[in-house]
Design a protein around this ligand. Sequence first.
Ligand code: ADE
Length: 223
Amino acid sequence: MRIDILTLFPEIALAPLSESIIKRAREKDLVEIHAHNLRDWTTDKHRKTDDYLCGGGQGMLLKPDPIFAAIEELRSDNCQVILMTPQGKQFKQAIAQQLSTAPHLIILCGHYEGVDHRVIEQLVDIELSIGDYVLTNGAIAAAVVTDAIVRLIPGALGDQRSHQEESFTDPNMLEAPAYTKPNTFRDMKVPDLLLSGNHKKIDAWKKEKALERTRQNRPDLLQ
Ligand code: ADE
């Protein structure tokens, strides 16, 4: 898989993708990740990427010309173009799963008040939001989406089982609480059942606790 991130702040997008699991996935050639500076496709001497809104209004918009030039250069036949924007469809695990099998993604990061709408109409396949809040910079959102996608590529996580039990693999259920050593810490004990070795009972306990936690933290998932 290849992922091209197009942003005014390539370092912001790349920093979280240069450590740990994603770093190793890149070293294993499971994914090639490139972050490009949109300014490299400007043609004026000030390397201007934004301009005022037509018809008036607060803030600045990303101009269409550098974005068209960049995407026309970077895109391939089998490529999907994603725009990171708070106006997008909510990014979820199921979308991460779909995108993890794509051969080539271009992720365009919004900045300021967003991008000229002709970019969305002509170039963008999917608009994605990582949540109902506004970040200063779409590069942060692009890193989030890239991380969630890349860890799903077979071989990226050492142990494939860790995918099966984690939250959102069943999109309607969170994970059960989990414990590690020591068995007693400051008078707080790990539940006896988890140390019993009875895997049937442990599985039933996990299901019950997962449901309890979902009811408490995310009742919307159970509706
Ligand atoms: N850019 C700014 N806020 C965002 C969000 N919540 N999701 C995606 N891109 C963004």
